[in-house]
Design a protein. Structure first.
Length: 104
């Protein structure tokens, strides 16, 4: 189900003001990827990037063209592992966190 513009604007406003919300969103996106839910993980990370960093600044930081980044995180996107990990590394640094994988 697609989210409405009003809801997206609400998320954007909250992400700008609430660092814990942004961190939780980043963690949720990565958790979804690790759980094998590539579609949800990409969608969450796409929303996070739009709200917290922006595709332009992320493109400059990773040296991956913005249009390529947008395609990677689009519904039909299939990011390569090296690009995905480079992006995740930058997003963690942007938030000042380091996520780790641990057994359940």
């Amino acid at each position: 189900m697609a989210i409405t513009r009003e809801f997206r604007a609400t998320l954007l406003e909250r992400a700008r003001k609430d660092a814990e919300f942004r961190r939780a969103m980043l963690k949720e996106g990565i958790d979804a990827l690790l759980a094998g839910d590539l579609e949800s993980g990409k969608a969450i990370l796409r929303d996070y990037i739009n709200m917290a960093v922006g595709f332009g600044p992320l493109a400059e930081a990773t040296h991956i063209p913005a249009k390529s980044l947008m395609r990677m995180f689009g519904p039909k996107g299939n990011p390569r592992a090296d690009n995905l990990f480079q992006i995740i590394q930058h997003l963690q640094a942007h938030e000042g966190i380091h996520l780790e994988v641990a057994p359940c």
